[in-house]
Design a protein around this ligand. Sequence first.
Ligand code: EPZ
Length: 431
Amino acid sequence: MDSIRIIGGNPLYGTIPISGAKNAALPLMIASLLTPETLTLQNLPRLADVSLLVRILGNHGVDYTIAGKKPGDSSIAGQTVHLKARNIVDTLAPYDLVSKMRASFWVLAPLVARMGEAKVSLPGGCAIGTRPVDLLLMALEKLGAEISIEAGYVIAKARGGLRGAEITFPKVTVGGTHVALMAATLARGHTLIQNAAREPEVTDLAQCLVKMGAKIHGIGTSTLEIEGVASLNGAVHSVLPDRIEAGTYACAVAMAGGDVMLEGAQVDALRSALDVLEQTGAVVTPTNEGIRIARNGAGISAVDVTTQPFPGFPTDLQAQFMALMTKAKGQSRITETIFENRFMHVQELARLGAQIKLDGDAAIVDGVRRLQGAPVMATDLRASVSLVIAALAAEGETSVSRVYHLDRGFEHLEAKLAGCGANVTRVSQAG
Ligand code: EPZ
């Protein structure tokens, strides 16, 4: 199994191109099930999750072609994938696939909307918490699907088709909003989604659905209105830049020092995190090219953060920000309100010398003057990358194992960091 070896101490200087967003790419690919025509997605990141989802969609009968690279294309440029679900040959999504990637559970929505039935394995728990799907099922039930659960599978039936309804989410859910939105596009009549997630990835999906012929109002707000249509058409859509990847490298620069242009990063998608990074002492400059982030030798100020749904501070940057706070001057309190168990990185950061205490849904980080390299591993992708960030500012060598977590969500991580002067290499190990 591969590991990533980092020798800390180098500041970062240069340009990091930001890839297409994983968490937009996945629902966009799933939306291809809604139409018999071709959905062309550009700027798809080269990630293990994307490849796995292509395979899962293939099982349902989606034909796909991945456009080859043209001479002169950068190896870092996103890929273009054509997805065509002319005939859905199977409405079953089995456990062995859904358990590998939670987001694949969302196929339930387009399958029941278009085919009138679907059988999809419950995804099960994961490293960041229990992650129930009750709100996703509630949304489909409101739209007229009959839901039953048998032997670990959700069976959704809507033989006469789905019908528009009012759906009010008691808490903000990204997956719930994706599911409700996709299903409502093909439901008869009017759907109102209240307390919808406003994450940029939801907006990206809604904009793609509109290109496919869906009628959606209120995009980008917490109230979405959908007028169902009988069928959707193909479209061409470019996946938005990954705000979490951009925020991760911003934390890395704030940690290691230096001056880096995050090419293609969008300020509006990352405002709360950028505000916090400025409070820590980093200099953030939005430009036409992207976001420039710099920190000189002045040290890192401690700042408290609380994760919130968008536009608040994202849970997907909590671990990376915690890594930064391990070397801050003073104490910071990091409160996680989205997932109950998203502190798996705390123990591993401690192996590098971090001083962190857990207090219910909060972590209290006392900044230390020095971190020291050590072998570490993590159980989810954001936790893994937080260890990489800490290692960039640690003395000596850190090796981060279980690299497959990083490969699920960060395209060309070592190349992007090494391109800015970090001493980062991938070490392949047999077995
Ligand atoms: C998405 O997960 C993202 N995944 C997560 O990114 C991200 O952390 C999360 O949104 C929050 O922003 C993808 O987009 C593929 P939720 P999702 O439904 O949709 C509770 C990463 O590292 N809830 O918004 O599964 C849930 O337990 C990943 O890239 C219910 O109670 O998250 C949580 O407390 C990890 N019942 C809260 O809502 C439900 O039916 C928000 O979860 C659904 C969710």
